[in-house]
Design a protein around this ligand. Structure first.
Ligand code: HEM
Length: 562
């Protein structure tokens, strides 16, 4: 009856087809009505002023129907386009990706805080493409999981990253640092020169991989032992993430198409091969470590190490009860997440100290004066303000990732920060409105580089690496405690925040501080001759020599004689 009313001229079609089609139409119309109802309820209940809609947002014109702005972004310095668009369009803008995908960039503290807050973080999961990437490489570990599965996994491993647990790891951090000191001393002994040019990025990678292996799983990758051949995992991970190499175009394809077409990871390509090779190797190592640890029926330890917590979680009847597959995924996730991230910050910090010799000297004085022996855990954790400032400033100035991606899992209203008067004078077009409406499915970009280098937040010297911004250098001089005025800025976005923030951030900071303190007590760093360093976007942002394709950081190193 209804079908005859709707389309009377289709009587030649079989009746059941017409009815089927009508059924579809009704379901579709009901769905639209439900969406419209929920949407209007959301907007009506909002205790807000004006609402901004995506259609009102400014943004760059898409240069290509196929790639959107992806190719442009891929071929400029990491994060450069975000900064340009921020200066042109303001703190909230939209742009097109490949195959018509679109992104909304939010350089707005209130919106970011809302998305990452414990109350709302699971309403804004990682986009499907990103989850697919983590699943393919690491399995169903914490970095892939969402909702209850995620919070359960996080609860199991939380104690391994408490300050008590970290205190017991500091000897491992020192051991790795001293292995480098010994290896470099051997290089000096074999050479007649007073100074050597050494690729610091490569050594930082070794420190980071060995440390996470030993601290997390009592497994020695042995990359700091000059007599052992390079560990195949280090080679594979470097090859996989150092995307400027042979995988360059396939890396771009995956990088740009993954949002609209997550299944791209299953199509055979160099990138896909590198991904499976890394995954197989990680799986092989984690299985081996697991089997060895389980064979020791009663491993000695604090009960809070990553390995012990995972062993406990596997026990049948334990509250957490993880499967063997989940445990392997967790181990792979921690190695992957902790390896290159920490290594690049160590490398960038040494680069900045090399190019700021007066700060290097002052920091060396601080870490040497404190005692004849190494700084204690307490010194590293809470003391040594210039060391903390150098690490914080490097994390601010050299963000490891340019952005955090999230997707609205339902229609949402994001609160916006009211713009103070002075911000409107810096050429930024303010987006007027107290809330932004984002429909379900919108991919959101939280731009770490804008948040950490905006002059509006960090002042006119935001583009300069200046660790003293983290300290009170007023009346009490440079050695004083960190300034109260800068407290709020410590919410760097580089580790994200909240229930999904980096679980390893204190681990990373302590490791970086230990390595810097130890190396500065033994060596002096200067830029290598004729080498201009620039950022290279791979999985993280690494240093590279201008004109070269692969990541490296050659620095001139001199031995100190105390
Ligand atoms: C400088 C070093 C590091 C940086 C900049 C960093 C940054 C981040 C960021 C931004 C996230 C959030 C990603 C997102 O939600 O989209 C994250 C998550 C994570 N990080 Fe780190 N990380 C570092 C070191 C480490 C270390 C040393 C470990 C482990 C030992 C680690 C383990 C993890 C894990 C497991 C997650 C997932 C957490 C979750 O989803 O609940 N990270 N990291």
């Amino acid at each position: 009856m209804l079908s005859q009313l709707l389309y009377p001229n289709l009587s030649f079609l079989p009746r059941f087809l017409v009815d089927l089609f009508t059924g579809f139409l009704i379901v579709y119309a009901l769905r639209l009505a439900l969406i419209a109802f929920n949407r209007s309820r959301l907007l009506r209940n909002a205790t807000t002023g004006p609402i901004v809609y995506l259609s009102n947002l400014p943004g760059p014109k898409s240069p290509s129907w196929l790639w959107g702005s992806e190719w442009e972004m891929y071929n400029t310095s990491p994060g450069q386009k975000y900064m340009e668009w921020y200066h042109t369009f303001g703190r909230i803008f939209k742009f097109k990706g490949a195959l018509g995908s679109s992104f909304v960039t939010l350089a707005d503290p209130s919106a970011i805080h809302h998305i990452l807050s414990p109350q709302h973080c699971y309403e804004f999961p990682k986009p499907e493409g990103e989850r697919q990437f983590f699943y393919t490489l690491l399995g169903k570990g914490m970095i892939w999981a969402e909702g209850l599965t995620h919070s359960r996994q996080r609860k199991i491993l939380g104690p391994a990253f408490s300050s008590g647990a970290l205190a017991s790891l500091s000897t491992i951090f020192f051991d790795s640092s001293y292995k480098v000191v010994r290896a470099w001393n051997t290089l000096f002994e074999q050479s007649s020169s007073d100074s050597l040019t050494i690729d610091v990025q490569r050594w930082a990678n070794h420190i980071s991989l060995d440390t996470i292996g030993l601290a997390g799983f009592s497994y020695d990758f042995g990359t700091l032992d000059p007599n052992r051949p390079q560990h195949p995992l280090a080679r594979t991970l470097d090859g996989f993430t150092d995307s400027s190499g042979t995988h360059s175009f396939s890396a771009f394809l995956v990088h740009s198409l993954i949002w609209a077409f997550p299944a791209i990871l299953r199509i055979p390509s160099n990138r896909q091969k590198a991904l499976s090779k890394s995954r197989n190797m990680l799986a092989e190592i984690t299985n081996k470590v697991w089997a060895e640890r389980k064979a020791l029926s009663n491993p000695q330890g604090s009960g809070k190490s990553i390995l012990e917590l995972l062993l406990k979680a596997e026990k049948p009847g334990s509250a957490s009860n993880l499967t063997k597959e989940q445990i392997a995924a967790e181990m792979m996730t921690l190695i992957f997440a902790g390896y290159e991230t920490t290594a690049t910050i160590i490398a960038w910090a040494l680069y900045e100290l090399a190019t700021h010799p007066e700060i290097q000297e002052e920091l060396r004085r601080q870490v040497t004066d404190i005692s004849l022996s190494d700084p204690s855990f307490e010194d590293l954790h809470n003391g040594l303000p210039l060391l903390s400032a150098v690490v914080n400033e490097t994390l601010r100035f050299h963000p490891t990732f340019m952005q955090i991606h999230r997707e609205a899992s339902k229609d949402s209203l994001l609160p916006l920060t009211p713009l103070p008067q002075e911000f409107t004078q810096t050429g930024i077009t303010p987006t007027t409105g107290t809330h932004l409406f984002v429909p379900k499915g919108t991919i959101l970009i939280l731009p770490i580089n804008i948040m950490q280098s905006s002059e509006d937040v960090w002042g006119p010297d935001a583009h300069i690496w200046n660790p003293y911004r983290w300290m009170d250098i007023g009346a009490t001089g440079k050695e004083a405690n960190e300034s109260k005025q800068t407290q709020w800025r410590k919410d760097l976005l580089i580790f994200s925040t909240g229930a999904r923030g980096c679980i390893g951030h204190n681990f990373a900071k302590l490791e970086i501080k230990t390595v810097l303190a130890t190396l500065l007590r033994n060596f002096a760093f200067a830029p290598a001759d004729n080498n201009e360093i620039e950022p290279l976007l791979s999985f993280v942002v690494r240093p590279k020599v201008k004109g070269e394709h692969r990541s490296s950081l050659p620095l001139k190193i001199t031995r100190l004689n105390y």
